[in-house]
Design a protein around this ligand. Sequence first.
Ligand code: ZN
Ligand code: ZN
Length: 221
Amino acid sequence: MTHATGYAALSAESPMAPFTFERRALRADDVRLDIRYCGVCHFDLHQARDDWHNSVCPCVPGHEIIGTVTEVGPDVTRFQIGDLAAIGCMVDSCMACPECVRGPEQYCVKRSTPTYNGKDRMDGSPTYGGYSDHIVAREQFVLKLPEGLDPERAAPLLCAGITTWSPLRHWKVGPGSRVAVAGLGGLGHMGVKLAVGLGAEVTVVTTSPAKSADALALGAH
Ligand SMILES: [Zn+2]
Ligand SMILES: [Zn+2]
């Protein structure tokens, strides 16, 4: 085990506060990251405030994580110490059900393990997220950061990014597509950039006229 420090909601009413906890010792297929950046997702606020009545406190939020690999288990094949890596919304799944075998572990019939506010599948300990100094996760749920991607700005891709990328790919958006993005917030601005990058004609629908300059600057038509 290693001592970790982070920020936690100790209760749904208390402000975020410094919090010390244990991370598990590395298993054979685990990777340890020193966390360098972590996005702030609105989901984090909901969990910290127990808006959905399922928060486990202390709650260390954060599921848009960018870090540097500091240790790898003996069965890890894709990472070496010093690599830049990323962790998103989940850190484990059953790895055996039809959905896990097919690929989308978020549909695991035994439920994937969320990066925080969940329970480790092996030892039952609480999972704690990226508002902390380091994290340990199964290699399968750790992503390589591509060359040329600025680590300081990449974290929101891990949740806001994949959330908007997934439907754009599902509907095969590309040149000739017309995309409307409702709202220019954390996800909306990502959706605009991704859809523009895929070659679509992009319209932003907003009730905030002050955001139109930002929408145009992000590439909306
Ligand atoms: Zn999120
Ligand atoms: Zn599964």
